[in-house]
Ligand binder design. Structure first.
Ligand code: ITT
Length: 231
């Protein structure tokens, strides 16, 4: 398909891995998916929402407005039952502003020390927004348990302590293909990809509505177009 027939959409991330994953998933659709690095500098979005939904929408709508084209954003994290849903939207910076994955895991394990309830779930929300504000949302979750020691070398973030009973392994012990099939992000992405043709139609309709109305030529029909008489 020629690029002129493709709808340009920006994925609100600088993470090339994420971009590749989305591009691969949407490769059969008439869409030219870019990431933030393909555009000039735009201000960082402050992810201060109280829910994954708030943050995903904030990122998508801010980016769409700033660049004047539709934008997709995702937000995800880990919610632990015994910690009232923490680290939640603070998952990336649970142990502080520049925390590494190891720092975050260490803090999580210390908060859960002696706790019998180890239930936890990863959540992911994908938001697709147009510059005028409206958005579509896709969600996915994956339930598991937090172990008391890390296991496995794969994945990222909290994967080494997230035990998925269906695999009898942690996410860091599972292959990427295995994880993608059942993970929070995998499920949200699959739901979005399944109906992406509808998403494209919806986006085109919203973009068309946003254009200034075409002039109504009927209003000129009875106009007198002759030049004013010179006196
Ligand atoms: P962006 O730049 O795209 O926003 P990010 O690192 O903020 O990337 P997310 O919002 O998707 O990524 O995730 C926030 C944190 O939640 C992430 O840093 C991890 O600590 C944790 N997390 C999310 N998904 C995870 C997964 O599949 N496995 C392990 N940890 C995960």
């Amino acid at each position: 398909m020629s690029d002129t027939h493709k709808l340009t959409i920006v994925l609100a991330t600088r993470n090339k891995g994420k971009l590749k994953e989305f591009q691969e998933l949407l490769k059969d659709f008439a869409v030219d998916l870019k990431c933030l690095d393909d555009f000039g500098p735009i201000p960082e979005v402050i992810e201060d929402g109280e829910t994954f939904d708030d943050n995903a929408y904030k990122k998508a709508s801010f980016t769409a407005k700033a660049l004047g084209i539709p934008a997709i954003a995702d937000d995800s994290g880990l919610a632990v039952e015994a910690l009232d849903g923490a680290p939640g939207v603070h998952s990336a910076r649970y142990a502080g502003k520049n925390a590494t994955d190891e720092d975050n895991i260490k803090k999580l394990l210390s908060e859960l020390e002696g706790q019998a309830n180890r239930k936890a779930a990863f959540h992911c929300v994908i938001s697709i927004a147009v510059p005028t504000g409206p958005a579509l949302t896709y969600e996915g979750s994956c339930e598991g348990e937090i172990l008391s020691t890390a296991r496995g070398q794969g994945g990222f973030g909290y994967d080494p302590v997230f035990y998925f009973p269906g695999f009898a392994k942690t996410f860091a012990e599972a292959s990427m293909e295995e994880k993608n099939k059942i993970s929070h992000r995998g499920k949200a992405l699959a739901e979005m990809a399944t109906e992406f043709d509808k998403v494209l139609k919806w986006l085109k309709q919203r973009l068309a509505e946003a254009k200034p109305p075409k002039p109504d030529h009927s209003q000129f029909e009875h106009n007198d177009w002759s030049l004013p008489k010179m006196v």
